[in-house]
Design a protein around this ligand. Structure first.
Ligand code: NAP
Length: 222
């Protein structure tokens, strides 16, 4: 995170990325272009507070796959902030740490999936979090407009800010990590759903295949 220079507008792309896929990449690029962001920093969740350890692949694999997936875009970087910070990965702590590095003048946008944003008022210190950044929820077309408007009203009331949440429709988000995990476990192809490097890494490490945990742990020194 030290390498993050102060800039006008920075996107922080939060997700478990288990695994990262083309939907995430297209969504990050769509938000970057739409808002004219200077860069997007992908932040793989270290220990997601709402998930058990056994539900989530080792963070070192998720981090490496995210690095491989983003390497070809000079405006994308990957942060180890949540991987290296001990304890549950509360987003407010991450945004606070970024805010300290970039200062007050840089606009910070936290980008993530709309389904995660639905629960935002249950996250740790939502009022602080929502004052530190704007939230951009990405979703496939056809999201429930009334629900979004109701959430926007609640967030405005909670934070006192006029525009705490934006929504961007991204058709490529028909791709999902859970479907990719299911496909690998069933021996189905994932070609073109993830970058080739990620596809190769998943196959080499035996990720998402029942009974291959020994290989995962050996590979990352666990
Ligand atoms: P999740 O519950 O696994 O995912 C919910 C939905 O959102 C899934 O359909 C998921 O699709 C999608 N999604 C997640 N991240 C996305 C992204 N960056 N771009 C597009 N779609 C995305 O959500 P999660 O990944 O664990 O959490 C999302 C973010 O919210 C993370 O940064 C997490 O740390 C944060 N969060 C914070 C708290 C807290 O601070 N208390 C609580 C919950 C979540 P895919 O599975 O295909 O990605």
């Amino acid at each position: 995170m030290n390498a993050l220079r102060a800039s006008e507008a920075v996107g922080i792309m939060g997700g478990t990325f288990d695994p990262v896929h083309h939907g995430h990449l297209v969504a990050a690029e769509a938000v970057r272009a739409h808002l004219g962001l200077d860069r997007v920093v992908f932040v793989p969740a270290g220990r997601p507070p709402h998930k058990s350890d056994s539900e989530v692949t080792d963070e070192r694999h998720r981090y490496l796959m995210t690095v491989m997936a983003t390497v070809t875009n000079p405006l994308f970087t990957v942060s180890r902030a949540e991987i290296d910070r001990p304890g549950p990965s509360y987003t407010v702590d991450t945004i606070r740490a970024f805010r300290q590095v970039v200062g007050e003048r840089t606009r910070l946008y936290f980008i993530t999936g709309f389904d995660a944003v639905r629960e935002i008022l249950t996250w740790r210190e939502p009022d602080v979090f929502l004052r530190l950044c704007r939230v951009v929820a990405v979703t496939r077309p056809g999201y429930p407009l009334e629900e979004v408007e109701a959430l926007q009203r609640r967030l405005r009331a909670e934070t006192g800010t006029s525009d705490p949440l934006s929504i961007l429709e991204v058709p490529a988000l028909a791709i999902s990590s859970s479907d990719i995990r299911r496909r690998v476990a069933a021996g189905e192809p994932i070609k073109y759903l993830v970058p080739e490097s990620v596809e190769t890494y998943i196959a080499k490490m035996g990720l998402y295949r029942p009974g291959r945990r020994d290989l995962h742990e050996e590979a990352v020194g666990g």
